[in-house]
Ligand binder design. Sequence first.
Ligand SMILES: O=C(O)c1ccccc1N[C@@H]1O[C@H](COP(=O)(O)O)[C@@H](O)[C@H]1O
Length: 222
Amino acid sequence: MTLDIKICGLKTPEAIDAALDGGATHVGFIFFLKSPRNVDVETAAALARRARAGGAKTVAVTVDADDAFIESIVTLAKPDMLQLHGGESRDRVREIRERHGLPVMKALAIREAADLAKCVPYLGVADRFLFDARPPDGSDLPGGNGVSFDWQLLATLDDGIDYMLSGGLDPENVAEALAVTGARGLDVSSGVESAPGVKDINRIAAFLKAARAADARNGSRT
Ligand SMILES: O=C(O)c1ccccc1N[C@@H]1O[C@H](COP(=O)(O)O)[C@@H](O)[C@H]1O
């Protein structure tokens, strides 16, 4: 099975091109005003066209967004998937999925084993999960904090649960993250930046190269 790799929080054509050149399968756009990675819908639409032309899927990341905002994103940026990174309930996830006719990836914050049970209410509603670390105290951001959780926790996860691993991944630790978890999807943002919200094309390339090499070494995916 192909390893999905999402480079998230992209704001420039150069960063899109670095993701495409390195073989990213997904790129993500952040629609959250408090984030240094926030993009307006028009900018995201242009970047999404570029990403689609290069063969990547596009993911719109929102945090407890209302219907009108999601509608404007879907209409203009035409994402392939919606990533819901707030406290959206099961019913709200189902409603968004049905209203927009798009697959939904529900982000969940993980710090301890009990946090994995948070996915249970969303089974059959979310198309995929994104396991991110719980934000540090005082952070304004529900994601994009560059913080990892204990990857060993995922050892107990049911094999049938499709997820992307995220939180504090970077070119230096991605091989270990893959070896420990066997994740079929990876998501990175601040680990490929030179400063908050500033993507570093060399780190994007290094992340993708390290992830692909580790995936080939692990080799057992079918
Ligand atoms: O990146 C952000 O600023 C952000 C803001 C609001 C919701 C989600 C956000 N990012 C998501 O979090 C993961 C993990 O980030 P990191 O690699 O630890 O920096 C990121 O890939 C986005 O999906």
